[in-house]
Design a protein around this ligand. Structure first.
Ligand SMILES: [Zn+2]
Length: 301
């Protein structure tokens, strides 16, 4: 009930804000090319050929841009088979000496199954939206940070193993972010912003209540800035509660939010965890709304 009242107040007060020309050089066409490039590697689940190709692509892209670059490798027993999962978090740090820091993150892995697909539920999926979209925005933000740094230090982290678990097996999701919070690179950030499923061509970003409880001001700032720039994709309304890579940070006491559109493309979420999660259901305009807003907010910090 409280959140609804606050949101109504905010939408009224936002009418009084003058529009800002908060434009950045965020190149959404280039970001979209990065989304397609990842899908062209095929499914990118742990131990796959696609994962190997994707890791090389992330390294080739991020290592020249960042001040510090790490591949954080770790092994974990496969809960669904007699093997070890080779997992890797990709970490690109900007101004690593700064103590005021923000983590920008997304998961890069894709599901080894597509359980809601009508025809091939056991086949690994390419995850254009659920996997490639958040990474695509962050790769382009990395280019912009090299051109024009922001005040805080930034850690761009691409998590592995977010989407490994079978439906309901929550303990086998979030493998990379769980590992990272126990093995962080110091100094540790004070704020975490996660991007997931931000590529939907019919983008509508509501508010995840888990995120709002963790960092209400951060949510309000970003959503209102998006609206001020003119993106109607940001909607200060209650959305679904998300169990995503922001949760391990919140559990460690670090404020963290998830920018996610969990209506892909509509309320029935019918492309989610199916083989319809493809680039043609995503768009550069959606990446632009998220990338330009987030980068504009970073330049205000
Ligand atoms: Zn997923």
């Amino acid at each position: 009930m409280n959140i609804i009242k606050i949101i109504l107040m905010l939408s009224i007060s936002s009418c009084w804000l003058s529009p800002v020309a908060a434009q950045t050089d965020f190149d959404s066409e280039r970001a979209f090319e990065d989304l397609v490039a990842q899908c062209d590697f095929g499914p990118r689940e742990p131990n796959s050929k696609g994962a190997e190709a994707a890791l090389k692509f992330y390294r080739d892209t991020l290592e020249p841009l960042a001040d510090e670059f790490h591949l954080q490798n770790f092994l974990q027993d496969d809960p669904y088979g007699d093997r070890q999962l080779k997992l890797t978090n990709v970490i690109a740090r900007f101004q690593p000496e700064k103590t005021q820091r923000i983590i920008l993150c997304a998961h890069w892995d894709t599901r080894p199954r597509a359980e809601y697909d009508e025809y091939f539920p056991n086949k690994a999926m390419i995850g254009a939206n659920d996997g490639a979209s958040g990474v695509a925005v962050l790769l382009e933000i990395a280019r912009q940070l090299q051109n024009a740094p922001v005040n805080p230090g930034i850690d761009i982290i691409l998590f592995d193993g977010e989407d490994y678990g079978k439906s309901g097996d929550l303990q086998y999701y979030l493998l990379g972010s769980r590992y990272y919070v126990n093995h962080p690179y110091p100094p540790l950030a004070q704020q975490v912003i996660l991007l997931d499923m931000v590529g939907d061509a019919e983008l509508t970003i509501k508010v995840d209540p888990v995120s709002y409880r963790s960092a209400p001001r951060l949510i309000e700032e970003i959503w209102l800035l998006g609206a001020e720039i003119g993106y109607d994709q940001f909607q200060l309304q209650v959305g679904s509660s998300m169990y995503d890579d922001h949760v391990p940070f919140i559990e460690k006491g670090i404020p963290a939010i998830d920018i996610i559109d969990f209506e892909y493309p509509g309320a029935d979420n019918k492309y989610w965890h199916t083989h319809d999660d493809t680039p043609d259901h995503c768009s550069p305009e959606s990446l632009d709304a998220v990338g330009n807003t987030l980068l504009s907010w970073l330049y205000q910090q």
